[in-house]
Write a new protein. Sequence first.
Length: 214
Amino acid sequence: MLNLFRLVPSKSINFICYDMYCNHIARARGGALEVTGRDRLIGGGLSGVLATVLCLPLDTIRTRLVAPGGAALGGVAGCFSHMVRTEGFFSLYKGLTPTLISMGPSSAVFYGVYDMLKSSHKGELGPLRTLIYGAIAGACAETVTYPLEVVRRQLQLQRAVNKLGLGSTCMRLIEKDGVGSLFVGLLPNTLQVLPSAALSYLFYEMMKSILKIN
């Protein structure tokens, strides 16, 4: 439930902002065919940054609750209250810098790759092709930015007494376990992302068709 509480607004903001940006570009240039790959990458990056700024506190709370000892914080409200009271409001935005650095290119690749694959296909995609294209886009986006995701999680788990910055946390991981530590869990994480990304695009396209949204 907590993961849905985080993902639903994030995905919603991402998709609607991306579509609004591309529609704006298309109208400004006189047609959807004028939207280029570069435009799609920029639109995806901007939508990812906005969704991150609005939804990062929910992700930080989720990270704390699923970490060892998180159950003692008393759920979402308890964790929110504890963090604000003991570490300050901006503790909810721990890892904002690496998240923005990673989410921008991640969203750009996610939306850009899918739209480029979609535009290269003539006619209706169909459910199977939509799933495949969505999975490819998700895998590309995950691989590009995974090291920053690892660093972000480490920053979110830090307490106020031993807080390190982005560079220091990255260097500590490398010194402790080598460069490979930045890619630990990439394969299972990518396998998790594949169905998520594929189904996201399947239902996205399905709802656009049902609601008759271009």
